[in-house]
Design a protein around this ligand. Structure first.
Ligand code: CMC
Length: 380
């Protein structure tokens, strides 16, 4: 037992490298993020979610015909089985992340290639889940509102079709472009908790549906993907810019955390937050609704003293305001994060499969040993 006392414990696996990757690189010190070697700023300004999905999954940018092919394939594979729609209807009282997790797990039952574990089949499964996830999320929102789900529209892009299925009208081009950019910015992010979870599942040689279902379960928590919803809840509680200082003081002095601030890897500004801040500002002006941007901006100013401790705005801080200004219901904010992250999970699951090792760390036991077993009638 003595040797257990000398073990160096890495709680939360902080700063531990699990393996090598070519999927993404987070330069947390300098606030930079790369997907497959491409700077996130370049991708956010020039690419589309379909192209980034190809990039993450295949490791290189597509040429014209490859992009055309993946875009058409994605548009043609958005429908979900009626059995899954009925299932969503029967659990529509649940949180959208619970519904998404359950529905994606159920999609496995309708995949004829479930037992094919070739790389091609696994990548195709990940892409198929990517294309169907918005149909699940929007069908749920409409069913719980007593409306019929809207069938996907093949002529629209992935982002545009998502807004179309949510609201039932062809979206404004700028709104759709903004959602497209938001999806790009959430598509991949190193060994975050949900990608780690997906890799752990893949490492047991389980299947893609199981790994992505597990990723969704992990992403749901407020310390990970659930923060954008928390950000808007906080903004609503603050209610007015003049209340921000006292709100922050009270929350932090009682040990609370400001949602949308802090990150395990970035100890400077999250580059995604810098991009989305400008978009949130422009959108609030375009929609003639400066309230939420104003409150969040005042919150950011109040948190400035914490920058030197490495507590800065993260990606979730401005996304909440953007979704809110687009009239997207608060409780699907984290679902949007999930449907954006599926190509990233797919890339990492494929990477894990291609050079697999069972992920199985250790725990240092600190309890007693050889305790006497006392029969039940003699226990106090
Ligand atoms: N508000 C106030 N204090 C904070 C915050 C925050 N949001 N984040 C970290 N801290 C403090 C924390 O109290 C601790 O202080 P001390 O050393 O005095 O005890 C110190 O910073 C380090 O915190 P930690 O929890 O050890 O750091 P971590 O790297 O484990 O935490 C985090 C990362 C994201 C869980 C945390 O920053 C947090 O809870 N943030 C709020 C939730 C949030 O915005 N999550 C979204 C993350 S970005 C999306 C994603 O990639 O998943």
């Amino acid at each position: 037992m003595n040797e257990l006392n000398d073990i160096k414990i890495h709680r939360g696996l902080k700063e531990i490298y699990l393996d090598r990757t070519k999927s993404s690189f987070i330069d947390g010190k300098n606030g930079k993020l790369y997907y497959r070697g491409f700077n996130i700023n370049e991708l956010a300004n020039n690419s589309t979610f379909e192209e980034v999905s190809y990039l993450l999954i295949h490791g290189k940018l597509p040429n014209k015909s490859q992009l055309n092919e993946i875009t058409i394939w994605m548009a043609n594979n958005r429908d979900i089985p009626i059995e899954v729609i009925n299932l969503i209807d029967s659990i529509k009282h649940l949180h959208p992340m619970d519904v998404l997790r359950t529905a994606i797990s159920t999609l496995a039952a309708f995949d004829d290639s479930l037992d094919d574990d070739s790389i091609d089949s696994n990548v195709k499964k990940g892409l198929s889940i990517t294309t169907k996830a918005p149909t699940i999320v929007t069908a749920h929102v409409r069913l719980r509102d007593g409306k019929d789900p809207i069938s996907p529209e093949k002529s629209l892009s992935h982002a545009s079709n998502f807004l179309y299925m949510l609201f039932g009208v062809i979206p404004d081009e700028l709104d759709a472009k903004l959602i497209d950019k938001d999806l790009i910015l959430h598509a991949e992010h190193g060994l975050n908790a949900s990608s780690f979870t997906a890799r752990v599942v893949a490492s047991t040689q389980s299947d893609v549906y199981s790994a992505i279902t597990a990723g969704i379960a992990c992403l749901k928590g407020p310390a990970h993907g659930g923060a954008a919803e928390g950000v808007m809840k906080q903004a609503q509680e603050i209610g007015d810019e003049k209340n921000t200082t006292s709100y922050v003081k009270n929350l932090l002095s009682s040990g609370g955390r400001i949602m949308g601030f802090g990150h395990r890897v970035y100890k400077t500004a999250d580059p995604r937050a810098l991009i989305l801040k400008i978009d949130a500002k422009n959108l609030s002006e375009r929609k003639g609704n400066p309230k939420w941007f104003g409150i969040l901006q005042s919150l950011a100013v109040c948190m400035e003293p914490y920058e030197k401790k490495g507590i800065c705005e993260n990606v979730d801080f401005w996304t909440g305001a953007i979704y809110n200004l687009l009239d997207i219901p608060d409780d699907i904010f984290v679902s949007i994060f999930a449907l954006a992250r599926i190509p990233g999970w797919t890339a990492q699951i494929a990477e894990q499969f291609s050079n697999n090792i069972l992920i199985r760390p250790l725990l240092a036991y600190v309890g007693e040993l050889d305790k006497p077993y006392i029969k039940i009638e003699h226990r106090k």
